[in-house]
Design a protein around this ligand. Sequence first.
Ligand code: AMP
Ligand code: MG
Length: 491
Amino acid sequence: MGCQILKRLTELTFDNRFARLGDAFSTAVLPEPIEQPRLVITSPSAMTLLDLDPAEAQTPEFTQLFAGHKLWSTAESRAMVYSGHQFGQYNPRLGDGRGLLLGEVLNDAGDYWDLHLKGAGQTPYSRGADGRAVLRSSIREFLASEYLHALGIPASRALCVTASSTPVWRERKENAAMLLRLAPSHVRFGHFEYFFYTKQHDQLKTLLDHVLSSHFPEALQQSEPTAAFFRTVVERNAELIAKWQAYGFCHGVMNSDNMSILGITFDFGPYAFLDDFDAQHICNHSDDTGRYSFSNQVPIAHWNLAALAQALTPFVAVEQLRETLDLFLPLYQTHYLDLMRRRLGLTSAADGDQQLVERLLQLMQGSAVDYSLFFRRLGEQPAEQAVAGLRDEFIDLAGFDQWANDYCARSALDGLLPDKRQLRMHAVNPLYVLRNYLAQQAIEAAESGDYSPVRELHAVLSQPFADQPGMQAYAQRPPQWGKHLEISCSS
Ligand code: AMP
Ligand code: MG
């Protein structure tokens, strides 16, 4: 990699490809400023994606730009139109009701980054709501974006959060905030659904051409670019969902308008990382039926891909779309097993590995075993000692002993030396986890004007695999109250 030349805020280059698609795709709207803006937190690593000098965050312009008070003359802020299936029901008109695509920054490496300002005020798609985001949800999205990235799970990124004194009403009075989100594209499955169900097939084709040329150039080299594009979306989602399941990430609102065509984690509100392992965990308090429970994420991703496939039927034969959809589950299973083998410190593939993983999860279910710490502790010592130390965590001791025997025998097959085993396992099993209660404590401090806890939490979570001296408090099991926080859609 060459030397990165860092820029000032004023030196960013915009090339607004989506805005140029025209008014059928988005509407020009200017951000509505929030009052008395204060910078809560920034991500230095996200700043480097734009070639921005991290010192720019200290300038007044930075806060003004990301609180809607200023805008680059070359940015063209727009609200995008889309629709989508929410909790299984088609909603014909959604769109950016409280976020704006400020523009697309082209960095020196030739990468494009959408600048999306969430909480920027009302738009034609606000449907009577206030167009705002509250501080707690902005902080939650910031922390998760940057943590998922640090874990190696593809996600939209977060540049900063700005707080304000502008009042907004949710279950109580809160203050408005803005989050600056970065992603190579903000096109969702729901964009395709909108043009398909409104029978605007010319626009659907324009959208497809834009997505292919901007984000899937390799698909354009294939004999059937649209079919190749869909196949790539299926492949990327299979890999993404495998990572969610392997790392215990629960998205919370897997509506098709919250699914990115890039296969990145996107638009997550009431998300959670599992504390105790629970396959049926429902992290969204508003999800009464558990449609988006932890284990349902796999069939729901498949369901959402089918919703996208439906919107591609004007261009690809149904039979072909079906065949591609059928790839999802086997691809998912391959990726998932591969990740779980690594988490267990297994370096080869053997018959019976899948059962070994399934049996472990069955034993964890109902035993209140901390999902993340189990794997970290399993890697701390040689297999025999490690399982002996973890035994007390399980209710079915006979079942665990059997599993532990089989696991130790299986580990011995790979013959890893203890030091090497620990190194390999610690590199994939985080010590620090973005737990709801940690986020909650940081949010409460931030709501009272103290931003140092959220900044420290972010700093610790940006290196989740490294043992950081003095940071043991972040690596504990959650307190009982912390396991049962109710997070709703309201944000
Ligand atoms: P979300 O649950 O954030 O994915 O949002 C679902 C839809 O509701 C999207 O069209 C959002 O733009 C819109 N929306 C959510 N909250 C607000 C709000 N406070 N004001 C306006 N629109 C909103
Ligand atoms: Mg959304």
